[in-house]
Design a protein around this ligand. Structure first.
Ligand code: AHM
Ligand code: MG
Length: 335
């Protein structure tokens, strides 16, 4: 039987490959702890009526908050501050960024940006949901208070990014800038164990994930790509399969393993699309690129976009390299 490698062993063994690894180990330990707590809560949510349902308030983007959204946000904030390496955070559920005030955290060298619970519409119906995170080195001096500029860094500056998928099993997938590795939570030991080493997204795939209910709003180029997916003229010689869960993490994870593309374009009710650059698009773009895939807004590499606001949204196309290239070529020739 092959030896199980735990998350802690993996990160400690790889120290020479991972920049600033001592501090990142501390952050990852707390992310893993937060994920285990949240995973347990999600598993029992159906039995605890006070955890499910709407909270009765909206977030800064006007979206109705679920109780679990806020619960997840609180768990991650608490654990990131406890790590002692993170001086501040920004998340989808908070109007502004938060500078940690505890003595142990305020001088930390890192900031973390995250979507505490992605796939909110699936929370109450027992369908896979996730957490997405991004770790940056702060640019302000460590004796100053963390500021907005620390949060508004380009995706190409990420030190690390990852996601936790709360599905039939709980998985943590991340990159530290030298490949992508996936860990599965072993509930009996409470340890994340390396289950998907050196993940690579196939260059071509047969799955496309897009909310086709918005088809009438799509650009000519995007409509042409959907027709291409549905035709036998594509590279596989038969129609691709449409798969749209409505949880970005779950759709992305399937495509990462099997090959595929996820698209959320601008639509009339949301001209910049629905997804947030800092909490969703950048972290998954970093993973996609590290696994051999691509991520774009249709015209520009996601990781090169200069952020202008915390909750900025961008059209998003991410997945297998050849599929992303194909949709970009149809978009550019149909302008
Ligand atoms: P959320 O973070 O509030 O859950 O929003 C992001 C989600 C993605 O996970 C998902 O792919 C998309 O929004 C679904 O949106 P829609 O219902 O418009 O297709
Ligand atoms: Mg989300």
């Amino acid at each position: 039987m092959s030896k199980v490698i735990t998350l802690t062993q993996f990160i400690n063994n790889g120290k020479s490959d991972f920049c600033e690894s001592v501090e990142l180990v501390g952050i990852f330990n707390e992310i893993a702890r937060a994920a285990i707590v949240l995973s347990e809560d999600i598993r029992k949510a159906g039995l605890k009526s006070h955890i499910l349902g709407k909270i009765g308030s909206t977030n800064v983007q006007g979206e109705e908050q679920q109780k679990l959204d806020v619960h997840a946000d609180n768990i991650f904030k608490k654990h990131l501050e406890l790590s002692g390496e993170v001086c501040g955070i920004a998340s989808e559920e908070n109007d502004s960024y938060i500078a940690f005030s505890s003595k142990g955290a305020m001088h930390g060298k890192y900031v973390v940006l995250f979507d505490p619970l992605d796939g909110s519409s699936n929370i109450d119906v027992n369908v896979s949901i996730g957490t997405i995170f991004s770790i940056y080195k702060r640019i302000s001096p460590s004796d100053a208070k963390v500021g907005l500029a620390d949060m508004l860094q380009k995706g190409s500056e990420q030190m690390s990014s990852g996601y936790i998928l709360y599905g039939p099993s709980t998985m943590l997938v991340f990159t530290m800038g030298s490949g992508v590795n996936g860990f599965t939570l072993d509930p009996s030991s409470g340890e994340f164990c390396l289950s998907h080493p050196k993940m690579q997204i196939p260059a071509d795939g047969r799955f496309y994930a897009i909310n086709e209910g918005n088809l009438n709003d799509f650009s000519q180029g995007l409509k042409a790509y959907v027709c291409y997916c549905q035709s036998s003229e594509n590279q596989s010689g038969k129609p691709y399969s449409g798969r749209y869960i409505g949880s970005l993490v779950a759709d992305f994870h399937r495509n990462l393993i099997k090959g595929g593309i996820y698209i959320y374009p601008g639509i009339s009710s949301s001209p910049e699309g629905r997804l947030r650059l800092l909490y969703e698009c950048n972290p998954l773009a970093f993973i996609a690129e590290q696994a051999g895939g691509l991520a774009t807004n249709g015209f520009e590499r996601i990781l090169s976009i200069e952020p202008s606001a915390l909750h900025q949204r961008v059209p998003y196309i991410v997945g297998s390299k050849n599929m992303v290239k194909k949709v970009m070529s149809l978009i550019s020739t149909s302008k």
